[in-house]
Design a binder for this molecule. Structure first.
Ligand code: ADP
Ligand code: MG
Length: 542
């Protein structure tokens, strides 16, 4: 028996249900089937119908809607007349389940200045409290909507049921029943179900239907990866976040941090649980812009071979009232995906100033980080630690703090080679066409450049070499014209940009110093041949 059926069988006069719109049909069907078995009728009301519909299912399990003639809507003279249904239901002599859709917006704690609206909200709250008084009448009203926001007092008398994201087992049984790919065996369905984790059944089925249309000849072994692709797109739309599958990311330098990522992977193994070990609760990356924090999160996802959910924290703040609900859903999603990294980009952004919503969101995050049982790894990046509320940085909250600093000589050399290899074949597989002396020139010119600036320099150098040499050749055999980066082109492009750490030296220095005080270094001492010993080059701004 499901949790909802149990609530219904206990004869509560009113139950609050939260279920996404995608699951609406399935929710109705489930109730109708429950009603059939328990010999109870199921009714549906919403503002659009105005009247009450009786829900049944036909021979082919299709939902049927029938008008219930004993409910006659009254003239809408006052706003509360729209909700006449509550008076009707209290007076209704029969038994049954009545689904009342989408009235949550009127039930939440409102700060409205509109007296009329205020009165309607109060009227509705009283109507619900009055229904609650009448127990054991054989009638249950179900409030249904995508987010069950009920004010404090009402919340304490009305039980809440939330449609959870389905587990693999539930997905498999529903997919088999849907008959969408009849030839699949249970093992194949299991693989599809695993790749669908994080979606509701209705969404999974519509993704599969779309796949069937796009690839009529799809074979069962391709289904999981096609499903993953569809899921990635859908999650992006549903949760306003980027869902990134583990992919090859080359991160130059930051060796100490990268070694930690490898250790975290070991902690995902089931065996770690037997030893009471878990993945860290949270990792904070601190450092100036462009040093590769977001890139590091992707590298961590690759190292641990688990997907990454990237969230723009400042953007979240801008959802206003919806932000808390969105965050709650996001946590439910992460818990269901289980082995996943949740990465909050620019985590300090929304905390500047005294913003109560940002504080509430942070509180929500902390509670979840403390309570969650899943193997979710929370990562966040900040430019400035001091903007974070102190409760977030207190010991034991984020268990690792890594300082992501301006790259040293050896690291810059590595980052240059990573980006150069995207354009110039000579750099492939660690190849290096340039002499140490040439590199020393480049590294000297690029002191205080960060990873993103190195990337820009290389991209622009490649573009200008292309324009000057290959683009003007009118030879169709381009194989004879490989793109070859030159030291001069790199240095020329370097001179065209003004690195942030030079442009805004004070600001960047302050970020670095603050990070120094609180975080672990991510880079070991430079032991490359390009290292320049103990000279304090960073303070000699050129
Ligand atoms: N250490 C690095 N190795 C390779 N590429 C880097 C590195 N740091 C930065 N980059 C490049 O710069 C781009 C921007 O970096 P990003 O991770 O967004 O910086 P941040 O999040 O710290 O502001 C990345 O997409 C990557 O291509
Ligand atoms: Mg970033």
């Amino acid at each position: 028996m499901t949790a909802l059926e149990e609530l219904l069988s206990r004869n509560y006069p009113i139950v609050a249900c939260e279920s996404p719109i995608a699951e609406r049909q399935r929710f109705f069907s489930k109730l109708v089937n429950y009603g059939k078995a328990a010999n109870i009728q199921v009714f549906l009301w919403n503002l659009n119908f105005g009247c009450v519909k009786k829900l049944t299912n036909g021979d082919d399990n299709k939902l049927l809607l029938e008008d219930l003639s004993c409910f006659l809507p009254v003239n809408k003279q006052n706003r509360e007349n729209y909700f006449e249904i509550f008076n009707f239901w209290r007076a209704y002599k029969g038994t049954g389940i009545l689904i009342i859709e989408n009235i949550y917006p009127w039930l939440k704690e409102s700060e409205t200045q509109d007296t009329d609206l205020f009165l309607v909200c109060q009227w509705l709250k009283s109507a619900i409290a009055n229904l609650e008084l009448e127990r054991s009448t054989g009638k249950t009203a179900i409030l249904l909507g995508p987010s069950a926001e009920i004010t404090g007092e009402l919340g304490s008398i009305v039980p809440l049921w939330v449609q959870e994201l389905p587990e693999t087992k539930e997905i498999v049984s529903n997919l088999i029943a849907s008959n969408i790919f009849p030839s699949l065996n249970p093992n194949e369905w299991e693989a599809v179900a695993v790749s669908s984790a994080g979606l509701y059944i209705a969404d999974i089925i519509s993704c599969l239907e779309a796949i069937k249309i796009d690839f009529p000849a799809v074979n069962s072994s391709e289904l999981p990866s096609l499903m993953l692709g569809k899921k990635t797109q859908l999650l992006k739309r549903l949760y306003d976040c980027d869902f990134v599958l583990p992919s090859l990311v080359e991160l130059g330098g930051l060796q100490l941090m990268q070694e930690s990522f490898k250790r975290f992977k070991a902690l995902l193994a089931p065996r770690a649980k037997e030893y009471n070990l878990r993945v860290p609760k949270g990792i904070l990356l601190v450092g100036p812009p462009g040093t590769g924090k977001s890139h590091s999160a992707k590298a961590c996802s690759q190292n641990m071979n688990i997907p990454l959910i990237m969230i723009d924290w400042g953007n979240f703040r801008s959802f206003g009232n919806l932000a808390e609900i969105k965050l709650k859903r996001l946590f439910a999603l992460a818990d269901r995906l289980n082995q996943v990294i949740v990465y909050f980009d620019d985590f300090d952004k929304s905390f500047a100033g005294d913003d109560p919503l940002a504080k509430r969101l942070a509180g929500q995050l902390l509670t979840w980080m403390q309570e969650r049982q899943s193997d979710v790894l929370v990562m966040a990046s900040v430019n400035r630690m001091e903007w974070l509320p102190p409760e977030l940085t207190r010991a034991g909250r984020f268990d690792y703090l890594f300082k992501i600093d301006l790259p040293n000589e050896g690291e810059r050399h590595h980052i240059f080679k990573i980006h150069a290899s995207r354009f110039d074949k000579r750099f492939a597989n660690g190849g290096d066409p340039w002499s140490d002396q040439q590199w020393r020139r480049i590294l000297k010119e690029t002191k205080r450049c960060v990873g993103s600036e190195i990337q820009t320099i290389v991209e622009r150098a490649a573009a200008s070499i292309f324009a000057e040499t290959i683009a003007i050749e009118d030879n169709s055999n381009l194989k004879n014209f490989p793109l070859m980066l030159s030291v001069e082109a790199i240095i020329e492009e370097r001179r065209q940009i003004k690195p942030l750490a030079i442009r805004e030296a004070d600001r960047v220095e302050s970020m670095r110093n603050k990070a120094d005080a609180q975080a672990l270094p991510s880079s070991p001492i430079d032991d490359s041949k390009f290292a320049i010993g103990d000279l304090d080059i960073f303070n000699s701004i050129s």
